[in-house]
Design a protein around this ligand. Structure first.
Ligand SMILES: [Mg+2]
Length: 151
């Protein structure tokens, strides 16, 4: 009886894992905010008495280190198509972890520098839209100062 329920549970776990693998990508989960991530990082550091180590310079070095770990995933693979279709499930999972490390250190760095990252990123998006007007740069990868010269 115990063996049968254990086998059934194992099968259910396998099916759940398979379904997770097959789930179609549909953008990001909709409810998580940068403020929620900032708060989680504050709680994480407070609980470990790590604020003493989370200075801006240390956080920047940690962020750069994580960008290096992220780069390693793509190293020697040649061009990778959107969606990373040739990545194994394990590689894709590792990719998610390293992207998260980068984001978490970025959020923590912004917080320790007292930069409101949510506002800053929205301002930056507006600046980029003005710098690269769609009607002028459509289909071009030129830098903003190059298309200004050519037009
Ligand atoms: Mg990492």
């Amino acid at each position: 009886m115990v063996e049968e329920s254990s086998r059934k549970r194992k099968l259910e776990d396998q099916e759940e894992s398979e379904s997770k693998k097959k789930r179609k990508y549909d953008g990001f989960e909709r409810t998580t905010t940068l403020e929620e991530l900032r708060r989680a990082q504050v709680d994480f550091a407070n609980a470990r008495d790590w604020n003493q180590y989370h200075t801006p310079r240390n956080l920047l070095c940690a962020l750069v280190g994580e960008v290096g770990e992220l780069s390693e995933i793509f190293q020697w693979k040649g061009e990778v198509a959107p969606g990373c279709p040739k990545f194994s499930h394990k590689e894709k999972s590792h990719l998610g972890e390293e992207l998260s490390d980068v984001l978490l250190y970025l959020v923590r760095l912004a917080d320790q520098c007292h930069v409101d990252l949510a506002t800053a990123v929205k301002d930056k998006l507006k600046k980029n839209a003005m710098k690269y007007p769609a009607e002028k740069v459509f289909g071009s990868s030129k830098k903003y100062d190059e298309y200004k010269k050519s037009n």
